[in-house]
Design a protein around this ligand. Structure first.
Ligand code: ATP
Ligand code: MG
Length: 721
């Protein structure tokens, strides 16, 4: 077969994979070896060479953005559009299936997606209802517990039946949560997956329909599937088992969300006669970057093992910058970026990667101040911003009056005199009657002993929502959005609140009309489109990701987790310090450290040409200055691959040198930055600033318990720790 536009772009093993016989196939290969590329070409090949209809192909990717890119890529290989083809994340595909079969799945037609924020609030509300103390029953932990159970396929009823040791209160919360969601048609992210799996398991007709329709299933980033996703895949591909999965056990980084690397090893047993293909040539990174990444990941045990090489030259060494503090780190990164751009590179060839989202702030400030366009992934994204969520909540409530989260969000935004007391009464009523908050308002309005003042306000709110609903019923999505913005009076509300953010907030609200205008609604199985419903669902699903125009030419900032699958010419891995990366929490958890190391491997292998690793001796964390050591991951990179860069503005003795600091510390003039000292009242701490000399020398010490203190050295009586 000719097909040079497909095969000409692949090496021999990749070609074999693309043109393999139908049947279970697993590509197990390292970063940058072309897994995603092979998967994309495989789809093109199925359509072109085997004349498989795009409608018979199901492709699962890890983010909506990856799905969009894959679709464009396939279309450009084929030269025609594949609109009806299902490419998406487990969540978006599940959502689509549940919409089409809401009845069979026992959901109301207008069921609503509960995003993480809504879910959190609902849990708090439940705790209140059950009169449980939030200090003891932490909502975040409960949220984690519930999601985790669902992703294991476990409902409260299973826990009740199978586990006698189960904590009764926790069970009660879970049960209550499930009931409330069911009653009001609320579906959280894990529920999307679980409910779809249950739908397939319980309804043979529906299952048969999808099994017949999808003759080929392809999955990217397979190493990060969790239990319920794996079962979801299995049930839909059996008995034909035309499943094509690609993954890298070394890049499994979602264990904390229930991802199971074992799925990689189980695959070949669960799908008999699996063909396993390994790709070993890396096309992304220079030799040095690859060697360094391989050296780090080599410290993990129990790997499936692979040997990654490149034809590319060694390239530059890995550049390591030991910053004096986090600001110094930021400045160094910024300077390097400016040199890179001055050399004629695009801004979007640059990524700043970090372990914790909070680290982005300093980079953001510096980039902003220097007028360098940048974009943050994983922080507060467009659809997550408060003002955008306000407008969406109006739309949600108009679409579905029983949406309690939407109701709670806007009933008093802008303020209309419906205070907490009234809201409590409504919640009380809703609890007793099982009515939604909206219906509770209607009930209360018909009860005579509701005070007139409150009645008027509630009535005005009901009238507002009803009348907007009427007004926008037959309009286009962006007109609907625009009218909701207008009539909700959110813009004057934010104007009035003022503050530095007011303008951005208003811009964001206005931007939503653009988002609505550009939104394409896809017809469901019966060809019906419901743009508003799709738009709302999309907003909830997208909130976990970046905006559509993300690939504008700007510097990219993101957490290591969001960097999965991507590549950049210049990568900064920042804050590579013990306690931050690996994260303190993970060091204590079993398997946690290995997962962090995989995350480091993911980060390093994003780099194509240049990799910078930075760390700071002093970092401001949780409101305190902390003294740090370089991460063990940094020390795992062979010295010969590293070029150490020193900062010009860093004092030479600011380098950590614990051995020199210990003995001589009682001699005041020997105290150095970074010395560990003990004070008789404040306890142990680290010297973080030294000013002056001799008798007048002052030091600032960061004490573990007492925080930061300035001390005059000759009076302080500091001893070595
Ligand atoms: P990751 O594990 O990070 O997801 P991956 O295995 O999916 O990586 P790809 O993103 O598919 O790797 O490919 C990495 C880079 O190498 C891409 O830029 C891709 O276009 C390029 N590439 C892959 N195979 C070839 C090839 N045969 N010839 C030229 N370039 C290739
Ligand atoms: Mg990939």
């Amino acid at each position: 077969m000719e097909l040079t536009h497909i095969f000409g772009e692949l090496n021999k093993v990749q070609r074999e994979a693309v043109a393999s016989e139908p049947g279970p196939l697993l590509i197990l290969a390292g970063a940058g070896s072309g897994k995603t590329r092979v998967l994309t070409y495989r789809i093109a090949w199925l359509i072109e060479a085997l004349s498989i209809s795009p409608l018979s192909i199901l492709a699962v990717t890890f983010t909506n953005k990856a799905a969009l890119e894959m679709r464009h890529r396939i279309e450009s290989i084929l030269g025609f559009n594949i609109r009806g083809m299902w490419i998406g994340t487990f969540h978006s595909l599940s959502h689509r299936i549940l919409r089409a079969h809401h009845q069979e799945a026992n959901l109301p037609e207008a069921f609503e997606i509960l995003d993480a924020d809504d879910q959190y609030r609902l849990i708090r509300r439940i705790l209140k209802e059950l009169q449980l103390n939030e200090e003891h029953w932490q909502p975040r932990q409960i949220q984690w517990f519930i999601n985790n159970k669902k992703e294991e396929g476990i409902r409260s009823i299973h826990l009740k039946n199978d586990n006698e040791n189960m904590d009764h209160t926790l069970l009660r919360i879970y049960e209550h949560y499930e009931n409330l969601c069911q009653r009001f048609g609320l579906v959280d992210f894990s529920e999307l997956l679980l409910r779809t799996h249950e739908l397939f398991s319980n309804n043979q007709d529906v299952l048969k329909n999808y099994r017949t329709r999808f003759s080929y299933t392809l999955v990217d980033e397979f190493q990060d599937t969790n239990k319920i996703q794996y079962q979801w895949l299995k049930i839909i591909t059996e008995p034909r088992n035309h499943i094509f999965a690609v993954g890298d056990d070394d890049q499994s980084i979602y264990g904390w969300r229930g991802a199971r690397i074992e799925n990689m090893t189980n695959f070949q047993y669960d799908f008999p006669e699996t063909q396993i293909i390994r790709l070993e040539q890396n096309y992304r990174s220079t030799g040095n970057i690859l060697q360094a990444a391989n050296a780090v990941i080599d410290h993990n045990k129990g790997r499936l093992g692979k040997n990654l090489w490149t034809e590319d030259g060694d390239g530059d060494p890995i550049k390591v910058y030991a910053a004096y503090n986090d600001l110094d780190e930021g400045k160094f990164v910024l300077d390097t970026i400016h040199t890179w751009i001055a050399d004629g590179h695009r801004r979007d060839s640059i990524a700043i990667l970090y372990r914790s989202n909070a680290q982005s702030r300093i980079f953001e400030e510096l980039l902003f101040d220097s007028g360098t366009p940048y974009r943050v992934y994983g922080g507060l994204r467009f659809f997550e911003r408060a003002e955008v969520k306000d407008v969406l909540a109006y739309l949600r409530l108009i679409h579905n009056r029983n949406s309690d989260p939407a109701f709670e969000r806007i009933v008093n935004v802008p303020p209309r005199g419906i205070g907490n007391r009234t809201l409590e009464t409504l919640r009380d009523h809703s609890r007793k009657t099982n009515h939604s908050l909206w219906n509770s308002v209607i009930d209360l309005l018909s009860i005579d002993d509701t005070p007139m003042r409150i009645r008027t306000r509630l009535q005005a709110f009901v009238d507002l929502i009803d009348s907007i609903d009427k007004q926008i019923a037959s309009l286009e999505l962006h007109e609907q959005t625009s009218i909701v913005i207008d009539r909700s009076r959110l813009v004057p509300h934010y104007q009035k609140i003022g503050g530095e953010k007011a303008l951005t907030r208003i811009e964001n609200i206005e931007e939503l009309v653009n988002a609505a205008k550009n939104f394409n609604s896809e017809p469901d199985a019966d060809g019906v489109i419901n743009p508003l419903e799709d738009f709302l669902a999309n907003a909830a699903l997208e909130a976990g990701e970046s905006q559509a125009e993300a690939w504008q030419d700007c510097v990219q900032l993101m957490s290591l987790h969001s960097a999965k699958g991507l590549e950049f010419k210049l990568v900064f891995l920042c804050g590579v310090e013990e306690g931050l990366f690996p994260h303190q929490r993970s060091i204590q958890e079993s398997g946690g450290l290995e997962e962090e190391r995989r995350l480091c491997y993911v980060g390093m292998t994003r780099a194509m040409q240049q990799l910078f690793i930075t760390w700071a001796e002093i970092r401001y964390l949780h409101g305190r200055e902390n003294y740090s050591k370089p991460s063990r991951f940094l020390l795992e990179i062979p010295e010969k691959l590293i070029h150490n860069i020193r900062s010009i503005n860093m004092q030479p003795d600011a380098r950590i040198d614990r051995s020199a600091a210990t003995d001589a510390i009682t001699e005041n003039d020997e105290i150095q930055l970074g010395s560990r000292v003990v004070h008789k009242s404040f306890g142990a701490g680290t010297v973080i600033t030294i000013e002056g000399q001799g008798a007048s020398a002052r030091v600032q010490v960061n004490f573990e318990d007492a925080g930061n203190k300035w001390l005059v050295l000759s009076y302080a009586n500091l001893n070595p720790e």
